[in-house]
Design a protein around this ligand. Structure first.
Ligand code: GLN
Length: 309
């Protein structure tokens, strides 16, 4: 793709102006008390090209908890750890249900529909606990290497807040456990899950961290192959079909990029072979995706023609 014909800085400046006009839209995720305190009038966006050039706008250097964006990275680790055996324990179909839904688990006997719903992420967390030594430490090192930022860390305060309010996740984990599809102690799985969700990063960190998905498995930040080209293609496919839960169809329609959202308002997106993107704005729509983040990605693909469609 010929990026040179786009004025990427100009595109970001235009989007930033448009989004700031719309501040106030959406609602912060208040079911996690630590997230309810974040102001609505924040917007950041960062692009990192294959060559490593960074373009940024707005609050792209303000940190937020990556929440469910972390599911992309734990999926990567779980795929590396057990290969295709992973797909015996989690499916790869879009759900059409909210991220924290329990409903399909009974019908499908404890096999979550995809790795990006909370249910599926709890299974990938369990796989990591079984197969990766010092799982939390290893994930942290993975994120530092992908982002090139040694300051990446988890927020203990957010992890604690999630633990104290995570009644639904406790139910989901126990329900899966009842079908034998969690092998570790339920609390250990939940603790690992809360710590991955509580990783603090900014838009530039996240846009760098998805480089390996924009570069067929190669991480230009650390100069290492993270996963095979086939695995990178598969993860991008899952982000397209399930990365934004029951809004994945809507995202394909309005945005047209593999994307993974989190309830703190971050969305990571990938233009395969071209760039990694992150947008962040805390106000969520009713499906739990950043409302202004989605708008920004929509404007971006329309202004640049970079939708995969
Ligand atoms: N930690 C959040 C939860 O478990 C993550 C959900 C999300 O980002 N969609 O509810």
């Amino acid at each position: 793709h010929d990026l040179d014909r786009h004025d990427l800085s100009g595109v970001l400046a235009t989007i930033n102006d448009e989004v700031r006009e719309r501040f106030g839209e959406g609602k912060v995720a208040d079911y996690i008390p630590a997230l309810a305190e974040v102001p609505l009038d924040r917007f950041g966006m960062a692009l990192v090209t294959r060559e490593g050039a960074v373009f940024e706008a707005g609050d792209a250097r303000e940190r937020f908890s990556i929440q469910s964006i972390s599911k992309v990275f734990t999926l990567t680790m779980a795929m590396e750890a057990v290969g295709d055996d992973l797909w015996k324990r989690v499916d790869r179909e879009p759900s059409g249900d909210p991220f924290n839904s329990l409903i399909q688990l009974e019908l499908e006997k404890g096999i979550p529909r995809n790795p990006f719903m909370n249910a599926g992420a709890l299974v990938t967390a369990d796989v990591i606990l079984s197969h990766v030594d010092e799982a939390e430490r290893t994930l942290l090192e993975f994120m530092r290497a992908r982002s090139g930022n040694p300051e990446v860390r988890t927020s203990e305060a957010i992890a604690r807040s999630e633990r104290e309010s995570g009644f639904r996740n406790v139910a989901v984990a126990n329900f899966i456990r009842s079908y034998g599809n969690l092998h570790n102690d339920v609390d250990a799985v939940l603790d690992f899950y809360y710590s991955q969700c509580s990783l603090l990063m900014d838009c530039v960190d996240v846009a760098r961290s998805v480089q390996y998905l924009a570069q067929r498995g190669w991480c230009g930040i650390s100069g290492t192959r993270v996963i095979s080209e086939e695995s990178a293609t598969r993860i991008n496919s899952l982000m397209m079909t399930a990365g934004t839960y029951d809004a994945a169809g809507d995202f394909a329609f309005y945005v047209g990029l593999p994307a993974k959202s989190g309830v703190a308002g971050g969305i990571a997106a990938v233009v395969p072979n071209v760039m990694g993107i992150c947008v962040w704005s805390p106000g969520l729509d009713e499906k739990g995706n950043s409302q202004l983040g989605r708008y920004a990605l929509h404007r971006f693909t329309r202004m640049t023609g970079l939708s995969v469609f």
